[in-house]
Write a protein that binds this ligand. Structure first.
Ligand code: AMP
Ligand code: ZN
Length: 486
């Protein structure tokens, strides 16, 4: 099946054909590092990871560039308020961001360029735009892009600029459709910028946010790229302005496929720092959640549908994930013969129908993703497979081949989702660490019971529970398990 993605540029689903066969150039707008990113931002970054992993699964060699915006209105203001250098200030938040990406199993980009380390290509771009008369220097000495000079301005964001007042300008990086006007490419130095400035032929100042992405995308990936992505709030003005600057400077199409993810919301409002209705990744972890449950939650809705964040929803995803991990763990144990409840596998004379079932669910899963990353549909194949595996395990009707195929199929699906195996691996590490402690406590409890000291036996059980270990007495033996929040 061909891969199709919804392209904001044409407002329809289109067959994905990269410029170079087997290679994909992909630019994702990264964070502005003035505070830790919130889980709304991570909805977009997880969506971009889904896209990255899906393309990789389909055999493409993906070159992904994600910029780090470490100079803009917000970072400068915050660093001055905190009386630290811009670099020290932004470094703290960019390293938190890169760490958070790792915690969420987000596949590494080829490069994470910092805006402040790419000022020269930004200056070069402004020079070209001035020379070609797409840009002009305003009375405030800032350089502006003249949107009327670009015939296509507004098309990308569905905006009509015919009623635009001549000379209307905006100096902020962020503004709404109501303020559509000439936008700033280069901001003339202002005392509020402290010691953040660069000298250029067109004056002392600093780059505007939109310019940063155009310059870094073209520097790393070339004049025309395959994919550019971000959240829907970036369609206007950010991406519209990137198109204007880039295409006017090169006379070439800037990007072939634009993908945008809808917002994560809270009670119907966009999760955002300005509204204060946000959680960081650490907030979620500190509440005792497995970070992969959040990843699963963020992936559970189609990326072009808004998703409402609730802890009830997250709780339910955590349960779903625990079930998947338990199924995967059981398969592994059965395959390695460590499973002790059913010691002997049934002799299954014809195991081909289960093999077919695994394959058809895998195909269904991948075809759903090929169809504009339809995760809800892909999930339905995963859950159907999980149900069939569990059914086969409890009726002891799976052959060793079946068990292996089931495990491989889950692994293939999870190479894109990245929730089951990371959770399983984390749990195994915890189990390894806790194993000798838990076993010695079980011994102590056994002795206490033999001596009739039931009070001590109960307190041992309680102590273990506080550490996330549950004891189960089965057939004269005691086994231990982790509680689900471990
Ligand atoms: P920023 O650091 O504000 O530039 O945002 C980084 C990324 O997060 C951008 O792609 C935004 O579109 C995206 N974003 C911001 N808020 C949300 C939200 N509530 N839900 C989904 N994506 C968001
Ligand atoms: Zn950008």
């Amino acid at each position: 099946m061909a891969i199709e993605y919804y392209n904001t540029l044409t407002r329809k689903k289109e067959k994905f054909v990269p410029i170079k066969k087997d290679k994909v150039s992909f630019y994702a707008c990264g964070p502005t590092v003035y505070a830790p990113a919130h889980i709304g931002n991570f909805r977009t970054f997880v969506f971009e990871d889904l896209l990255h992993r899906h393309l990789t699964y389909q055999g493409f060699n993906v070159e992904l560039i994600m910029n780090i915006t470490d100079v803009d209105d917000k970072t400068i203001k915050a660093s001055i308020e905190q009386k630290v250098s811009l670099k020290d200030y932004t470094q703290k938040y960019s390293s938190i961001f890169l760490n958070d990406l790792e915690k969420l199993n987000i596949k590494k980009a080829t490069n994470y360029p910092y805006a402040t380390e790419h000022i020269q290509p930004m200056i070069d771009l402004v020079e070209v735009l001035l020379e070609k008369k797409f840009a002009y220097i305003g009375e405030d000495k800032s350089v502006y892009f003249s949107i009327r000079k670009f015939a296509d301005y507004g098309k990308f964001a569905n905006i009509d600029i015919s009623s635009l007042k001549p000379g209307a300008r905006v100096n902020n990086d962020s503004y709404t459709k109501d303020n559509v006007s000439d936008f700033v490419l280069w901001k003339a130095y202002d005392e509020a910028d402290g010691n953040v400035f660069w000298q250029t032929s067109f004056g002392k100042g600093r780059p505007g946010w939109h310019l940063e992405c155009s310059a870094m995308s073209m520097q790393y990936l070339g004049k025309t790229i395959d994919i550019h992505a971000g959240g829907v709030d970036l369609i206007f003005p950010h991406h519209q302005n990137e198109i204007a600057q880039s295409e006017c400077s090169t006379n070439q199409k800037f990007c072939n496929y634009w993908l945008h993810s809808e917002h994560l919301k809270v009670d119907g409002a966009k999760m955002s720092k300005s509204l204060g209705n946000f959680y960081t990744l650490d907030d979620i972890i500190n509440k005792g959640y497995n970070v992969n449950s959040l990843r699963l939650f963020l992936l559970s809705a189609h990326y072009r549908q808004s998703l409402n964040f609730t802890f009830v929803g997250l709780d339910s995803m955590e349960k779903t994930l625990n079930g998947l991990v338990e199924t995967y763990r059981t398969l592994k144990l059965m395959i390695t013969n460590q499973f002790n409840s059913q010691t002997k596998l049934n002799e299954v004379s014809d195991d081909s129908s289960f093999e077919k079932l695994c394959l058809s669910n895998l195909n269904g899963f991948i075809n759903s993703l090929d169809d504009d990353l339809n995760t809800p549909q892909a999930f339905s194949y995963l859950f159907l497979l999980e149900k069939e595996i569990n059914k086969g395990i409890s009726s002891n009707s799976l052959s060793i081949n079946n068990l292996r195929t089931a495990k491989d199929t889950l692994e293939k699906m999870d190479s894109i989702l990245q929730v089951i195996i990371p959770t399983f691996n984390e749990r195994e590490k915890t189990i390894d660490k806790l194993s000798s402690f838990a076993n010695s406590m079980i011994e102590k409890r056994k002795l206490a019971k033999q001596e009739g000291n039931y009070q001590l036996a109960d307190s041992i059980r309680k102590e273990l529970l506080e550490k996330g270990i549950i004891l189960e007495d089965v057939g004269g033996n005691t086994i231990w398990k982790l509680t689900s929040n471990n």
